[in-house]
Design a protein around this ligand. Structure first.
Ligand SMILES: *Cc1c(COP(=O)(O)O)cnc(C)c1O
Length: 420
């Protein structure tokens, strides 16, 4: 459920008509709803309320806007970060270092040292090599890095191959059949307190079955490690819950997820951590865009050319993803059209042959479910600027990320003197 709804025939974000934002900020612009973020956070937390003090670490990479993180920090969420930049953001938003989990296969020496210095709650180690390096960095600082070993359970998440992370051929985690042996080798290292396991098998999962399989496998490794005398106090179950991108699409509910987790992890006696991203931020944002023109007269359907492009919202070009597209002030008429951006690539196509509200040049429309993996994947391709972000809260709203104009990007470049 979200708070982007029609009132008097006009699409609003909470109580703000979207046309008002377009008027003041211009388009394209991402618009987030605070009430929706909070609702998603609360529904997720409620689904896990039967567990003993779980850590819910919001996956920043889905939407790292500072104001968005702040909303979730105020809901008691921690953060899952995958770079030094994300760590800075989580800390800047007021999330305590203890509640930050650092994931990712390529953490640099510098990122490890900065994370240890900040006192991060947990590093998720993705390889034996990384584990030894983290231990060395910790020991050299006279400190101890808190850590979990990420296991690759070799489970097919049944999602798009580019966002599947838990199959044996993916780069993430250590192979499950070697997890105990690698854990044992790392666990004696000074500078490292290896105290748990982690798993994350992919994103936009439409079924709980692969998650259940992965968690069950993780439980076996925990039992195996304990039998070998290791102390396991933490287990991180990752993120990945899918969200509906099409009206009427049904995804596993957080409540069903929570019930499955409670059943599978019964008796584990660990502190559980979760890393939800998309399920929190996805439906809490839209990309508001204006039709530049409608191009007719080709072989097929007309092209509705909007001012947003693949550089602003990459998911359709990158994953062939679907985003519902609706007019801000729909007439009752419909049209079948191809929705495209202005970029000089055929890949800059949001939809082909889509049945949509009839639109003309100058009309406003939104791509829905753009709160996750939207603005954060933006680029300046075709020398377009970076799209601004707005957050709505009831009847008020604020710019939470300024538009970065092409001139500002140009200003960072220079011609060397030997070319002058
Ligand atoms: C991307 C990612 C997440 C979040 O995934 P969602 O599908 O957005 O919930 C969580 N944990 C890790 C390690 C990730 O890489």
């Amino acid at each position: 459920m979200d708070h982007f709804t029609f009132a008097d025939g006009v699409l609003h974000a909470e109580d703000v008509p979207l046309a008002e934002i377009a008027e003041v900020v211009g388009t394209p612009v991402y618009v987030y709803s605070r009430a929706t973020l909070e609702r998603h956070a609360q529904v997720f937390a409620e689904a896990l309320s039967g567990l003993d003090n779980p850590l819910i670490a919001y996956a920043l990479k889905s939407n790292p806007n500072l104001a968005v993180i702040r909303v979730l920090q105020r809901q008691g969420f921690g953060a899952d970060v995958v770079s030094g930049g994300e760590m800075q953001r989580a800390l800047a938003a007021g999330i305590s270092a203890q509640d930050i989990v650092f994931s990712g296969v390529g953490k640099t020496h510098r990122e490890m040292a900065d994370g240890i210095a900040a006192g991060l709650g947990q590093f998720n180690i993705e390889s034996e090599e990384e584990g030894f390096e983290l231990a060395r960095v910790g020991a050299s600082m006279g400190a101890t890095a808190q850590a979990a070993l990420r296991v690759n359970p070799d489970v097919d998440a049944g999602t798009h191959e580019k966002i599947s992370t838990g199959k044996a051929e993916n780069k993430f985690g250590v192979p499950i059949h070697r997890a105990s042996e690698i854990f044992a080798r790392l666990s004696g290292e000074p500078g490292l307190n290896l105290r748990g396991l982690a798993v994350h098998i992919g994103s936009q999962l439409s079924s709980l079955d692969p998650l259940e399989t992965a968690f069950t496998k993780l439980g076996s490794v925990i039992a195996e490690l304990r039998a070998a005398g290791h102390t396991i106090t933490h287990a991180d179950l990752g993120g990945g819950l899918g969200v509906p991108y099409r009206e009427g699409e049904v995804m596993p509910s957080p409540a069903d997820y929570g019930a499955m987790v409670a059943r599978v992890t019964k008796g584990w006696q660990v502190r559980l951590a979760f890393e939800p991203g998309r399920v929190i931020s996805g439906n809490a944002g839209v990309l508001l865009t204006r039709v530049v023109r409608v191009k007719r007269g080709g072989n097929g359907d007309p092209f509705v050319i909007v001012d947003a492009a693949m550089n602003d919202l990459a998911r359709p070009a990158m994953y062939g993803a679907w985003h519902d597209f609706v007019a801000v002030e729909p007439s009752c008429e419909r049209m079948t059209a191809n929705i495209v951006g202005p970029i000089c690539e055929t890949g800059d196509t949001f939809a082909m042959g889509r049945d949509i509200d009839a639109l003309e040049a100058g009309d406003l429309a939104v791509f829905r479910t753009a709160g996750a993996y939207g603005a954060t994947m933006a680029s300046s391709y075709n020398s377009r600027g970076f799209v601004p972000e707005v957050m709505v809260d009831g009847d008020k709203w604020a710019i939470v990320a300024e538009r970065i104009e092409p001139a500002a990007i140009l200003a960072a470049e220079k011609v060397p003197d030997w070319l002058e």
